[in-house]
Design a protein around this ligand. Structure first.
Ligand code: UD1
Length: 421
């Protein structure tokens, strides 16, 4: 298995292009199942999670062709010949559950294995099931698979989520586009990926209003048509690379970055003493001197601080002056990076969903293990600021979510390389 060798090398300088969003692309791809006509996505990221979704859609009978080195995905679901999303594919990635709503809406039945993905908590599917049942689906769990059918078709309904789940909002929103009548999603998630999905579905003819707010209204129609859609910028990749100069020093411009995608995160960087400015081509991040100040962070649904940037932020705060309190409110088991950062000299005390991080003057390189996608990149960021060599092993998680991480960081002066193994 590959590992990544990082050697702390001082300030960074240059530009890093930010890719299309993994999480947006993973929900836009299943939208192809809603229509017989082609759906083409541009600005797609080149990641193993995208290849997993490609394999899943192909297993259902969809055609998915990767063009321009993977940046364009040409999809067609003219002939769907299978309605079973198999455990062997689904276990690799939780987002596989996003085929459930579209398949049910288009075919009237679907069998989807319960998902796997990063081991960051229980991550059940009760909210997805509740929403689809409200639209008239009958869903049973048998042998690790959800067996869903809508014998009389899906019907619009009012669905109130007890928690603003991203995946449940996406699944039910997609299903509702082909339901009879009007669906209202209350306490819907407001993430930019939801807005991107709604924008794409509207291009396919769907009638959706209110995306980006906590109440989304969808008026069902008989059929959706084809469309071409560019995937929104990846706000998590953006935030991750914004942290590179914050932790190592220097000035980096993240090309394609938008402040509205990372506002609450950028505010915390500002409080920590890092300067973020909008440019014509993206966001410029500078740390030109002075220590990082401790800040308290609580993860929340969008527009709050994203859970997917918590691990990376912890790496920065491990080098701050003073003690920061990080509260994880989205996932119950998302501090697996803390013991690894501790191996690099960080001072972190975890109690339940709270981590107290007391900054140290200097992190030290060490062999560490990547335990999930965002944890692995937090260890790379810590390595940029550490004295000596850090070897991050088990980086297959990293490849699920970051394209060309070594090349992007090398381009701004980091000493980082992949060791094939
Ligand atoms: C998506 C993102 C993930 C991000 C998360 C929160 C994708 C592919 N993944 O995941 O990177 O960390 O949003 O921003 O877009 N929950 C339930 N029941 C459900 C569904 C969720 O209890 O039916 C709980 C989960 O266990 C978790 C919380 O709700 O504690 C958030 O989950 P959710 O918003 O659904 O995240 P995902 O869509 O899985």
């Amino acid at each position: 298995m590959d590992s990544i060798l990082v050697t702390g090398n001082g300030p960074l300088s240059g530009r890093i292009p930010i890719a299309g969003a993994k999480n947006a692309c993973l929900t836009l791809m299943p939208a192809t199942l809603l229509s017989e006509e082609p759906l083409t996505l541009t600005n797609a990221p080149r990641l193993s999670d995208i290849r997993t979704m490609t394999a899943l859609l192909q297993s259902l009978g969809a055609e998915v062709t990767s063009l321009q080195g993977g940046q364009v995905l040409a999809m067609s679901s003219h002939d769907l010949n299978n309605h079973v999303a198999d455990y062997d594919i689904v276990r690799k990635m939780r987002a596989s559950n996003l085929v459930l709503g579209p398949m049910l809406a288009r075919l009237g039945h679907a069998v989807v294995s319960l998902p796997g993905g990063c081991a960051i908590g229980a991550r059940p599917m009760d909210l997805h099931i509740h929403g689809l049942e409200a639209l008239g689906a009958e869903i049973e769990l048998r042998d690790g698979y959800l067996h869903a059918k809508a014998p009389r078709g899906l019907k619009g309904a009012v669905v109130e989520f007890s928690f603003a789940s991203v995946g449940a909002t996406e699944n039910v929103m997609m299903a509702a586009t082909l339901a009879k009548g009007t669906t209202v999603l209350k306490n819907a998630a407001r993430e930019p990926e939801i807005v991107d999905l709604a924008t794409c579905l509207r291009k396919m003819g769907a009638r959706i209003e209110g995306d980006g707010t906590s109440e989304i209204t969808i008026e069902g129609i008989d059929r959706l048509h084809g469309a071409t859609h560019p995937v929104v910028t990846d706000r998590i990749e953006l935030g991750t690379y914004m942290l590179a100069p914050a932790i190592a020093g220097g000035e980096v411009e993240c090309l394609g970055g938008r402040l509205d995608l990372v506002a609450s995160f950028a505010e915390k960087l500002d409080q920590a003493g890092v300067t973020v400015t909008e440019t014509e081509t993206g966001l410029k991040v500078a740390r030109t001197g002075g220590p990082i100040r401790a800040v308290d962070v609580t993860t929340e649904p969008f527009p709050g601080f994203p859970t997917d940037l918590q691990a990376q932020m912890m790496a920065l705060l491990a080098t701050a002056e003073g003690t920061s309190v990080l509260e994880e409110r989205i996932f119950e088991n998302r501090f697996m990076h803390a013991p690894e950062l501790t191996r690099m000299g960080a001072r972190i005390e975890v109690q339940g969903g709270t981590a107290r991080v007391t900054g140290v003057e200097q992190l030290k390189g060490a062999p560490v293990m990547a335990t999930d996608l965002r944890a692995s990149v937090s260890l790379i960021l810590a390595g940029l600021a550490a004295e000596g060599e850090t070897v991050v092993s088990r980086v297959y998680h990293l490849d699920r979510g970051y394209e060309h991480v070594e090349t992007k960081l090398q381009a701004v002066g980091a000493k980082i390389e992949r060791i094939r193994g």
